[in-house]
Design a protein around this ligand. Structure first.
Ligand SMILES: NC(=O)c1ccc[n+]([C@@H]2O[C@H](COP(=O)([O-])OP(=O)(O)OC[C@H]3O[C@@H](n4cnc5c(N)ncnc54)[C@H](OP(=O)(O)O)[C@@H]3O)[C@@H](O)[C@H]2O)c1
Length: 373
């Protein structure tokens, strides 16, 4: 690997630490290099905190970075947000060159910061490991360009393609290693969404089960607000937020909304359509709540609606090394499906990983899933 790419790889590793913690800001990492050695590192750790460039600059004594080369995963910002522009800090620090991976689509910054740096005589390299960086920034990029979150649909299924047995039992399809990874990765998302059926049958907690402060907001599609006050979601709603989406036109729903709100649940209203609650309405609302990434953990009806409405950007499938059988045991994607293989959705950028006794398959459905615009 070319040495400059090696530095950007490290900056991307640092950026990944901020995933799920900085929304609606982008997760960004940076390293400073002198004589082929990394001499400082930084990343954006929390929303409202210093950006990666400033975190890096603040981590070392003043003056020690003059004449070094900066590698950063996103074009440095040029505008005043919660913090002053990073381009100012870069100029004050006296970097010799700046290499960034991905252009920032934010119109307040795009091209402006780089123009200021170049005008001041700093050498700027664009697009180093851009595709890798875009994959990491996909949620930020989609939210910045469209105001919508990047949606990943996830399910665990047996080798024979069932997400539950004929009786609805789904615990557990995955091996312990997969379950641990699934829980840990929940913290990478701003929201995690399930249907009312899954809450009724599985009563999930949808957290990472650790003391992590980065648990995503839990979201339930529940037209009539039948969500039980005894459910684990409601019981923990004051600790980790819960949003229930419902249809205001359903009888008795206002009274149930008031009861849930008393228990700390936020109620959002959307109209219904042929599939249930309008999925585009739900996704739009989540975007307006500053969510840049949402994980949809089913069940089958919800996956069917999201996929048929074109609202899924990525899929992540865990195939457990088991066979449960049963003609009536559900598959992962409900609804009417597509009538022919010619119309089936083709995934791109497919990746497989072995985790314990399971195989994970990940892929993109949309260009947004690849971080492309
Ligand atoms: N293996 C896995 O990865 C996995 C993951 C999750 C669940 N599961 C299994 O899946 C089963 C539950 O799945 P399910 O299909 O019965 O239920 P589901 O998809 O979890 O929930 C479906 C319900 O959500 C509500 N809803 C509101 N708007 C909707 C919309 N636009 N599209 C779809 N649903 C909408 C509807 O109830 P209202 O009409 O009342 O709103 C609908 O009946 C359980 O057996 C569970 O164990 C497995």
């Amino acid at each position: 690997m070319e040495s400059s790419a090696r530095f950007m790889v490290r900056a991307l590793e640092l950026a990944a630490r901020g995933v799920g913690r900085v929304s609606p800001n982008p997760p960004v990492g940076a390293v400073a290099v002198r004589d082929g050695e990394i001499i400082a590192e930084g990343y954006h750790q929390q929303f409202g905190g210093p950006h990666a460039e400033r975190a890096l600059i603040q981590s070392v004594p003043t003056g020690s970075l003059a004449g070094s080369d900066l590698f950063v995963t996103l074009e440095p910002c040029a505008h005043h947000g919660k913090t002053p522009p990073c381009t100012e800090a870069i100029l004050e620090t006296g970097f010799r060159s700046v290499s960034y991976a991905t252009e920032d689509p934010n119109p307040e910054t795009r091209g402006l910061g780089v123009a200021r740096l170049e005008a001041a005589g700093i050498v700027v390299e664009r697009g180093l490991l851009d595709a890798e960086s875009r994959a990491l920034l996909a949620g930020y990029l989609k939210h910045t360009v469209c105001g919508l979150p990047l949606v990943t649909a996830k399910w665990a299924m047996t080798v024979d393609g069932r997400i539950a047995s004929v009786t609805g039992d789904s615990r557990w399809i995955s091996c312990p290693e997969s379950l641990a990874r699934t829980r840990a990765e929940r913290t990478h998302y701003d929201g995690i969404l399930v249907g009312r059926g899954t809450v009724a049958i599985d009563d999930p907690l949808l957290t990472d089960r650790s003391s992590s402060d980065a648990n995503p907001t839990r979201i339930v599609l529940d037209s009539e607000l039948q969500l039980s006050l005894e459910s684990q979601l409601v019981a923990t709603a004051t600790e980790v937020p819960v949003i229930a989406f419902a249809d205001k036109s359903r009888p008795g729903v206002s009274d149930r909304a008031a009861r849930l709100q008393q228990h700390g649940v936020t109620v959002e209203w959307c109209d219904g359509d042929a599939t249930g609650l309008s999925v585009p309405c739900v996704v739009e609302r989540l975007g307006s709540l500053s969510m840049t990434t949402v994980l949809v953990e089913g069940g089958a009806d919800v996956h069917g609606s999201f996929i048929s409405r074109g609202c899924v950007d990525r899929v992540q499938v865990v195939i457990g090394g088991k066979i449960v059988g049963g003609r009536d045991a559900p598959g992962p994607v409900g609804g009417d499906g597509y009538p022919s293989m010619a119309e089936a959705i083709s995934l791109s950028a497919l990746r497989t990983t072995r985790v314990g006794n399971d195989v994970w398959i990940e892929g993109a459905i949309t260009e947004a899933g690849l971080g492309n615009y």
